[in-house]
Design a protein around this ligand. Structure first.
Ligand SMILES: [Fe+2]
Length: 345
């Protein structure tokens, strides 16, 4: 497995030392925290540098797209990992299920993060929010408001594009639908959405914008931050895709918008527990939240923090009140339903 490293070199010896206590003032300068993350290093560097500047704690970060939770489990008691930062309730729950996390009680985390965006058992904490939105053709879609339930309306027949419904972003949406309406209604909804597909599910969220720009479909599902990344990125094609669409923040009927999280867990065998806690608490301070959410066009998890202007232009976010943890619990059932209706076939 290849890893990119950011910050200082990652020293595996740390794990074996079982070290804690800094003895002399000189040793205090050696304070470290080891971060495993599958989020792009660029998202954090500014935040982590700021953390080091404020606390003197060096951050060793290991970046890998896949397999970090499994790696921590394989490393076992000798794992140097202090925290794991990742996206999606699916990945957070997987980390908990693998037994590599520990509960964290922190007044700072509890007061900064609304209860619905953290684990009721304190094993994971949301750091930023992502909305499952609708991308719609500026030219061909008049609607500026929609419900998720509307996506099954036959008026969209042959007009809808999406990535695989087994992808974690859509699984979480289906799981949320189960939490709202139960399995039977969710299955009906899935059949209705499938019947509206313009083409077989494929690609990623950006491809939905691409397909809409090309006229292959008129609406589709996508996370809000891709629109920021496409609009302000270096890829000229993607800029055009983003220009062709508008973002609608759908809500559930009698509810709000489906929210997923990026989040952080403390590793079960974290060798630098104190420093890990400091980092976790730092990540939800107003300054860190502003930077962290802004870089990836996400919503800060801490209420009252300024939102990126482009993201703000999509409209006011009204998160559905359900617990993200409940969405996590319904994921297996959601995957089963997606399979049963043959959504991706
Ligand atoms: Fe994504």
């Amino acid at each position: 497995m290849a890893h990119k490293m950011i910050g200082r070199r990652f020293v595996l010896g740390l794990a074996l030392a079982g070290t804690v206590a800094a003895v002399a003032p000189a040793a205090a300068a050696e304070e470290v925290v080891n971060v495993y993350t599958n989020r792009e290093p660029g998202l954090y560097s500014a935040t982590l540098d700021e953390f080091t500047a404020k606390t003197g704690i060096k951050v060793n970060a290991i970046f890998s797209e896949q397999g970090l939770a499994e790696r921590i489990r394989a490393e076992g008691e000798n794992s140097p990992a202090d925290v794991l930062i990742t996206v999606d309730i699916g990945r957070l729950e997987e980390a908990v299920d693998l037994g590599i996390t520990q509960p964290v009680q922190s007044e700072a985390l509890e007061s900064a993060i609304p209860a619905q965006f953290r684990d009721p058992k304190d094993h994971w904490f949301g750091l930023s929010l992502r909305a499952r939105t609708v991308y719609a053709s500026k030219d061909r879609v008049k609607e500026n408001a929609l419900t998720y339930e509307d996506l099954a309306d036959p008026k969209w027949k042959g007009r809808l594009c999406t990535r695989s419904f087994q992808h974690q972003y859509n699984i979480a949406l289906v799981a949320a639908m189960i939490v709202k309406h139960g399995e039977a209604k969710t299955e009906e909804w899935l059949k209705g959405v499938k019947a509206n597909l313009a083409k077989k599910p494929s690609g990623g969220d950006r491809d939905v914008a691409k397909d809409i720009a090309a006229g292959a479909c008129d609406i589709g599902l996508g996370n809000q931050y891709y629109v920021g990344l496409m609009t302000n990125g270096k890829n000229e094609d993607q800029k055009k895709w983003a220009e062709a669409i508008k973002v609608i923040l759908p809500t559930f009927k009698d509810g709000g918008t489906h929210i997923n999280v990026s989040g952080i867990v403390m590793a079960k065998n974290a060798p630098h527990r104190e420093n890990a806690l400091k980092l976790m608490e730092f990540m939800v301070t107003p300054d860190a939240q502003r930077v962290f959410a802004n870089v990836n066009y996400e919503y800060p998890v801490r209420p009252g923090i300024e939102i990126n202007p482009l993201v703000k232009s999509f409209g006011e976010l009204k998160p559905d009140a359900m617990l993200v943890a409940d969405v996590g619990k319904a994921r297996a059932k959601a995957s089963e339903l997606v399979d049963r209706v043959g959504f991706d076939r």
